[in-house]
Unconditional design. Structure first.
Length: 208
């Protein structure tokens, strides 16, 4: 099950977040400071807009606050005994069958919306065989009874488009600039995806 939280960083419920923080933070000054941070508002088109929900995107504290509220989801999944993986608001929950995954989808969506006051995108939350899902750009395949990492088809397609754009003579870059840009892009790309299998078994999984 590939869970999708609709506009997560824009919809974090301030009251729920503060409630969770108060369980462990006993310093009222710290709680007050975080509350003021959440309610500081934003400038949009030169005009001030209040922030009644959500965490300020781009702020160094936002990822931490997001993980604090989603840690409640982690603990609930652990309590239910569901294997899962999560990075920020991206997450996969693993089930033994499609029927079980459909049940988990409904029950965990109720928990997220009722307990955490967040919104689950029912259209984008997907129940599918692990080989079809994408997580942080990676895909998965089964080999010798074990789940392994590969490049997802969409990741490969994105790579081809980017390489074509960089190497195109109409890009406006000179030879030296194009070469340097290509080198930097491929270095970052290979370091990020160095966990993926690139061999024949992985390619075979793409064709299934």
């Amino acid at each position: 099950m590939d869970i999708d939280l609709e506009r997560f960083f824009d919809t974090v419920n301030h009251a729920k977040l503060i409630e969770i923080l108060q369980r462990t933070i006993k310093d009222d000054a710290v709680i007050s400071l975080i509350h003021r941070y959440l309610n500081a508002g934003v400038m949009k088109d030169g005009k001030y807009e209040p922030s009644e929900e959500g965490t300020p995107q781009g702020g160094p504290l936002s990822p931490l606050l997001a993980n604090i509220i989603l840690n409640e989801l982690d603990k609930e999944l652990e309590r239910r005994g569901h294997p899962f993986v999560r990075y920020a608001d991206d997450g996969l929950i693993f089930c033994r069958s499609k029927r079980a995954a459909e049940r988990v989808k409904e029950s965990i969506s109720k928990f997220i919306e009722g307990h955490l006051k967040l919104k689950v995108s029912r259209e984008k939350t997907e129940v599918a065989y692990i080989g079809r899902l994408k997580f942080l750009g990676y895909g998965f395949y089964i080999h010798n009874g074990k789940c392994r990492l590969r490049l997802h088809q969409k990741t490969e397609a994105k790579l081809r488009r980017r390489l074509k754009a960089i190497t195109s003579r109409s890009s406006g870059m000179g030879y030296a600039k194009r070469k340097d840009t290509l080198r930097q892009y491929l270095r970052g790309w290979t370091e990020y995806y160095n966990l993926a299998d690139m061999g024949s078994k992985s390619k075979e999984a793409h064709s299934r």
